[in-house]
Write a protein that binds this ligand. Structure first.
Ligand code: MAN
Ligand code: CA
Length: 210
């Protein structure tokens, strides 16, 4: 009889279908949870990746600025040392400071250098001053020239030459082209007229107004 078996079969089918639905629901839940998790993982992964590459770029920038700053520091250090050494070249004698150059320039360039140091090429006013500059036993330009008028020697401060310390035979205006004066000879009378364009060491004088 079909009718007697019906209620049991129906229940069985309901159970099977329910279990099947539960299974599908379970699978759907499982998949959606995995998707949600994957999405959140990939979002945080991408964020981390971006932060890391930002960080790399910032590190590179910092390394570059560090390098520039180190170079700038070394440059400033060198300038400071040069400046300190340059300042130490000034010698004091009887109311004036004297700067003895370490390099060589023409007479005009030497004068420009002195003027930039708020000084001028030395003006020798006395035997003592002549002895002072002569003790260095060095060929140096001094602040005396006759380039305005041949044979009329004038100091850079505009005063005419009164007391002179020419070496014997000088000034001789060799080749009629010597208009600037250097202290040269190992002798109390050490001056020589020379070609202004020659390169020499030089000596600046800065008078103190005490
Ligand atoms: C060179 C130059 C001259 C100088 C003579 C002295 O020719 O320096 O200026 O007068 O030497 O012998
Ligand atoms: Ca000469």
């Amino acid at each position: 009889m079909m009718a007697a078996a019906e209620p049991g079969r129906k229940l069985y089918r309901v159970v099977v279908v329910s279990l099947g639905l539960l299974c599908i629901l379970q699978a759907a839940l499982n998949i959606s949870l995995r998707l949600a998790l994957y999405h959140s993982y990939s979002t945080s992964y991408n964020t981390l990746k971006r932060n890391l590459s930002d960080c790399d770029n910032k590190t590179l920038d910092l390394e570059a600025s560090f390098k520039t700053l180190t170079e700038e520091r070394d440059e400033l250090k060198k300038k400071l040392t040069d400046c300190v050494h340059d300042q130490q070249r000034w010698k004091y004698f009887s109311g004036s400071f004297y700067y003895i150059s370490s390099n060589m320039k023409t007479w005009n360039e030497s004068r420009t250098d002195c003027l930039q140091r708020w000084a001028d090429l030395v003006v020798v006013n006395s035997e003592e001053e002549q002895e002072f500059i002569n003790q260095y036993r060095k060929t140096m330009w001094i602040g005396l020239t006759d380039s305005e008028r041949e044979g009329t020697w004038k100091w850079v401060d505009g005063t005419p030459l009164t007391t002179s310390f020419w070496h014997s035979g000088e000034p001789n205006n060799t080749n009629k082209s010597e208009d600037c004066v250097e202290t040269k000879f190992r002798d109390k009378n050490s001056w020589n007229d020379a070609v202004c364009g020659n390169r020499n060491s030089w000596i600046c004088e800065k008078k103190m107004f005490l």
